[in-house]
Design a binder for this molecule. Structure first.
Ligand code: 5GP
Ligand code: ZN
Length: 113
């Protein structure tokens, strides 16, 4: 997808601090961390702009991203953490390539909105 920052990260056109990579997924640390541990998990292919695009054909891909997010959280030593996906501009979404934030390493705010 042209002009998508995460597609550029996948393509290696923008550098990132990678945490995990396989043929379908990439995880990398957020450039502007909101917690001591803050990384993003994305499907490499720009199939979904956000979670609102989930459907029967891509639900397995979404579930796979969550599985990796939970595994990496454990590998990072997190016992408590939050997985967030912002959906739409009013929710704070700025990159329209599906991604899950994983936040932890501190006592997280209980403000959900
Ligand atoms: P959103 O606001 O769409 O939920 O999340 C996008 C996230 O991507 C933000 O937390 C932002 O800091 C992160 N981000 C934006 N551009 C880059 C980049 O070039 N590199 C990295 N590592 N993270 C980025
Ligand atoms: Zn993209």
């Amino acid at each position: 997808m042209d002009n998508c920052v995460f597609c550029k990260i996948v393509a290696g056109e923008i550098p990132s601090k990678k945490l995990y990579e396989d043929d379908k997924y990439l995880a990398f640390f957020d450039i502007a961390p909101m917690a001591p541990v803050h990384f993003l998990v994305i499907p490499k292919q720009h199939i979904l702009t956000g979670i609102s695009d989930i459907n029967d054909d891509n639900a397995d891909l979404v579930a796979g991203a969550l599985k990796i997010a939970a595994r990496l959280a454990k590998e990072q030593g997190l016992t408590s953490y939050r997985i967030v996906t912002n959906c739409g501009p009013d929710a704070g979404q700025t990159v329209f390539h599906l991604h899950f934030h994983v936040l932890g390493g501190t006592t997280l705010s209980n403000q959900m909105a």
